[in-house]
Design a protein around this ligand. Structure first.
Ligand SMILES: N[C@@H](CCC(=O)N[C@@H](CS)C(=O)NCC(=O)O)C(=O)O
Length: 264
């Protein structure tokens, strides 16, 4: 039995859910509420020392990091989402790496607007305040919490730095230009067959769209991306893994009260 620890509406969880849906796999759900910081709880840190989602458990193995998880799933379960030709396999890894190197976390936390953005940014501040307490109360996990604190402090700093956010946002269009160039040549990122690279970019394009960057490929700008995104959205996996992926109301409400009432 596959078990997935994930969070609703989380980009990295959606990448894995897309692959699970493409393969029609059954899996046990372990939803975590990032707004109540369940990902920082000691039991979860023991599974995933970085305190991030997703985490997959299969045959007693704990697998973390969405890029590793999707490749693991592809090795274990048909249909294959890795191309047959070695050159295309390399191309697939390049597209996944290119996306992983892109500062998507900063793009998300820095650009979400309105109340949603305010809550997300406050959640980062709260994490920075909670982590020193967790280090004290769980000395056996001190190292993991200390590393997490560094990451959180850096993120908190970056998303509040207007110039830095401007320079990060300025990298989105050149990235999309690379995608457009490829998709002007081929139907999918690695040629004629849909691959893991396409699952990753489904989640990313969808998130960029939600953040208000959809105009970068609409109205006859980057039309190859526009039709690619339509093809991705037409796949049943998009509905299962992304469209239906809404945070349940009770979870949202407990998250909101945690964030708004946090005082320590
Ligand atoms: N490289 C990791 C990144 C995981 C990650 O940053 N996950 C986010 C959600 S998309 C998360 O758990 N954020 C909560 C936090 O950092 O506290 C992966 O791809 O799995």
């Amino acid at each position: 039995m596959l078990e997935l620890y994930y969070a609703s509406e989380s980009l990295c969880s959606q990448k894995v859910k897309l692959v699970l849906a493409e393969k029609n796999l059954e899996w046990k759900h372990h939803p975590l509420n990032l707004l109540t910081f369940e990902n920082l709880q000691p039991d979860y840190i023991r599974l995933n020392p970085k305190g991030v989602v997703p985490t997959l458990i299969h045959k007693s193995q704990i697998i973390t990091d969405s890029a590793i998880i999707i490749q693991y799933l592809d090795e274990q379960f048909p249909p294959q989402l890795t191309p047959a030709e070695p050159a295309s396999v390399e191309q697939m890894h390049d597209w996944i790496d290119l996306q992983n190197q892109f500062p998507m976390l900063e793009v998300m936390y820095g650009n979400f607007r309105g109340i949603e953005g305010a809550i997300l940014r406050r959640s980062v501040q709260i994490k920075a305040r909670m982590l020193p307490h967790l280090m004290q109360s769980h000395p056996e996990l001190r190292e993991q919490y200390a590393k997490k604190l560094k990451v959180v402090e850096q993120l908190n700093f970056t998303i509040r730095d207007v110039r830095e956010m401007k320079s990060i946002n300025a990298k989105i269009e050149p990235l999309l230009d690379q995608l457009e160039a490829q998709l002007s040549e081929t139907t999918w990122l690695c040629g004629t067959t849909y691959s893991l690279a396409d699952t990753v970019w489904t989640a990313v394009l969808n998130r960029l769209n939600e953040l208000g960057f959809g105009h970068f490929w609409q109205n006859d700008v980057r039309s190859a991306i526009a039709s690619y995104f339509n093809r991705l959205k037409a796949r049943p996996s998009f509905k299962t893994a992304i469209q239906d992926d809404k945070m349940p109301l009770p979870m949202l409400l407990s998250g909101l009260s945690k964030i708004l009432l946090y005082v320590r």
